[in-house]
Write a protein that binds this ligand. Structure first.
Ligand SMILES: C[S@@+](CC[C@H](N)C(=O)[O-])C[C@H]1O[C@@H](n2cnc3c(N)ncnc32)[C@H](O)[C@@H]1O
Length: 230
């Protein structure tokens, strides 16, 4: 992966959250798309076994809708997002629900406030495609570091197989990023290249499949496993 777009600005997500709140969305996505994400995650979770009271991390949690779903399954839930607007929104909602999810503002490609091997599972619903350039390696290294041996990283991420002709607006074929103004907002690797990145961070790929979303964009679903200790 070689993204040469110079500007990365993860904090632009704050503005996006303000707009989504004004539109009456429950978080990043509409109610329907949030429910669809939960159904997709249910399917992936059914393919692994987790301890009943597993400690799980929702990475790039946004306004926390999937974090609350994880909590409803009985897990101890931590959740992190780079956008303070999203975490404020999630905490407000947590107060209303009496939720104990521990929400944190944190850039997942940098140092995070977790001890090594903290989690039985890290779930990433649509955050990986927000991570640009060399930050992607740091992001995946964090996931590896914070997972216990033998446990899983579950991710749903945009991918794109083409060379640009049928690409989403703003796609730069050189970097494979979607560029708004001068800012690279999304990285659209091929499914194969994304699987290679995840494997290069030390994971085994247990499951992967590509599906089309409502707008015809490709979505890659992956279950990756950190090796057991020998
Ligand atoms: C497409 S949204 C999905 C939000 C949430 N997972 C959901 O399903 O509603 C992607 C999220 O990733 C977050 N994000 C982007 N870059 C990040 C980073 N470097 N560290 C942590 N979170 C990040 C964004 O702020 C945004 O909330």
């Amino acid at each position: 992966m070689n993204c040469k777009i110079p500007i990365i600005d993860y904090l632009l997500h704050n503005k996006a959250y303000r707009m989504r709140k004004q539109k009456g969305f429950p978080g990043w996505d509409s109610k329907e798309d949030t429910e669809k994400s939960i159904r997709e995650m249910e399917e992936l979770f059914a393919m692994i076994s987790l301890p009943k009271q597993a400690t799980v991390l929702d990475l790039g949690c946004g306004a926390g809708n999937l974090s609350f779903w994880l909590e409803s399954k009985g897990y101890e839930v931590y959740a992190a997002d780079v956008a303070a607007e999203a975490i404020d929104w999630a905490r407000d909602e947590a107060n209303k629900r009496g939720s104990s999810v521990r929400f944190t503002v944190s850039d997942a490609s940098g140092t995070m406030p977790y001890a090594n091997e903290s989690f039985h599972l890290i779930m990433d619903n649509h955050a990986l495609h927000c991570i640009i350039g060399k930050d992607r390696a740091g992001y995946l290294q964090n996931i590896y570091k914070y997972l216990k041996p033998g446990t899983h990283y579950i991710v749903s991420t945009m991918s794109y197989e083409g060379d640009g002709n049928d690409a989403p607006p703003g796609f730069d074929p050189h970097s494979r990023c979607i560029v708004r103004g001068k800012v690279a907002t999304r990285y659209l690797g091929t499914a194969k290249s994304i699987l290679t990145e995840i494997a290069s961070a030390g994971f085994s790929i247990l499951h992967n499949r590509v599906e089309r979303d409502n707008e015809g964009n490709a979505e890659l679903f992956v279950i990756a496993q950190k090796p057991h200790i020998n």
